[in-house]
Design a protein around this ligand. Structure first.
Ligand SMILES: NC(=O)c1ccc[n+]([C@@H]2O[C@H](COP(=O)([O-])OP(=O)(O)OC[C@H]3O[C@@H](n4cnc5c(N)ncnc54)[C@H](OP(=O)(O)O)[C@@H]3O)[C@@H](O)[C@H]2O)c1
Length: 301
């Protein structure tokens, strides 16, 4: 979203609150935390009734406390329920030092009471295993791109085996998934919309989802999901193509500064195998737009 448009998120955030949403997934990178704070204040809902998740900017891995304080101030709250490492890659804040580093695993925030749970995002089995070698706390959640064209069965099973809840971002899979003939067929069978079918599939697999919608009608629809028959769940899972609709790598196989191999993703992009992309593991991405400016079209979400 264009920074000049951020304030326009207030009405649809307010309608989501009114529709009964209590879990808000936000990030400093999105630039909307101040506006979310405004709608919480206007709604006057007790803090304990809300579940707020925010994310650490990837060039703030060395400024975690500062990042959290900014988020808390903007959101107008004393704590967040989840605080997330947005990407495993780290880019130092200092200008001129833009090489991605390993996640540093600093988890002292839990002791402050200002963060109830630590979560991670965009972590693969490889990067989770790396993290778990040193982490003192197993992350509560791993938020990853997940939908019927990117079912990530192995990663979902791995997370479950470690007690990590998987949350789907880009959970609808966009119009690509929503117009799939099987999804359309099942929508008719369950007298539901395609989005309801895909969201119901997430729940049936034991994963959670954070759909985004600016439409009051869609917001309400997404709260009322059909229960899918198990064979339909399997048919939807079988649609997997390893296809990403968000955060695709460059043609050299670089995603936010790391190669797909560095990220530990076997399939990243249009169903491509990482080994076929042949990218360098560490690639210095120009991060100036994260440090000084606003996220642009090349920024990760
Ligand atoms: N951790 C990360 O790196 C990361 C990356 C990306 C996203 N995220 C998180 O995930 C959230 C959702 O991701 P996303 O926005 O990429 O994907 P999404 O929720 O799958 O897609 C949003 C789109 O789906 C449409 N939609 C929602 N409900 C619908 C319905 N019932 N019927 C038809 N269309 C519907 C919305 O249109 P309308 O507005 O018209 O309803 C909007 O265009 C983000 O808001 C963010 O919090 C995290």
């Amino acid at each position: 979203m264009d920074p000049a448009e951020w304030h326009k998120s207030e009405p649809w955030l307010a309608s989501a609150l009114k529709a009964g949403y209590t879990h808000f997934d936000t990030a400093q990178m999105y630039g909307t935390e101040k506006y979310i704070g405004n709608i919480f204040k206007d709604a006057g809902i007790p803090r304990e009734k809300l579940f707020i998740a925010s994310e650490l900017l990837w060039n703030y891995h060395s400024l975690i406390e500062e990042s959290l304080e900014t988020t808390l101030k903007d959101l107008g709250t004393d704590y967040v329920d989840l605080f997330l490492i947005h990407w495993p890659q780290m880019v130092f804040y200092e200008e001129g030092n833009i090489r991605p580093r390993n996640p540093d695993g600093t988890l002292k925030l839990l002791d402050t009471g200002k963060v109830k749970n630590i979560r991670v995002s965009n972590f693969s089995i490889k990067t989770l295993e790396e993290l778990l070698k040193t982490a003192k706390v197993v992350p509560a959640v791993n938020q990853i791109e997940l939908h019927s064209y990117l079912a990530q069965a192995e990663l979902v099973e791995y997370c479950k085996s470690k007690g990590i809840v998987v949350t789907a971002y880009a959970p609808t899979g966009s119009s690509k998934v929503l117009s799939d003939p099987l999804i359309v067929e099942l929508a008719a069978k369950y007298k539901a919309s395609p989005a309801q079918v895909v969201l119901a599939w997430h729940l049936a697999r034991g994963t959670t989802a954070v759909p985004r919608s600016t439409s009051e009608a869609h917001q309400k629809e997404n709260l009322s999901l059909p229960t899918l028959d198990s064979e339909d769940v399997e048919r939807i899972t079988a649609l997997d193509k390893g296809l990403r609709v968000c955060n695709n790598p460059t043609e050299n196989g670089i995603i936010c500064g790391w190669s797909v191999e560095g990220m530990g993703c076997q399939r990243w992009g249009n169903g491509m195998d990482a080994k076929d992309l042949g990218a360098d593991q560490f690639f210095a991405l120009s991060s100036s737009h994260y440090i000084r400016g606003s996220p642009d079209a090349n920024s990760p979400h």
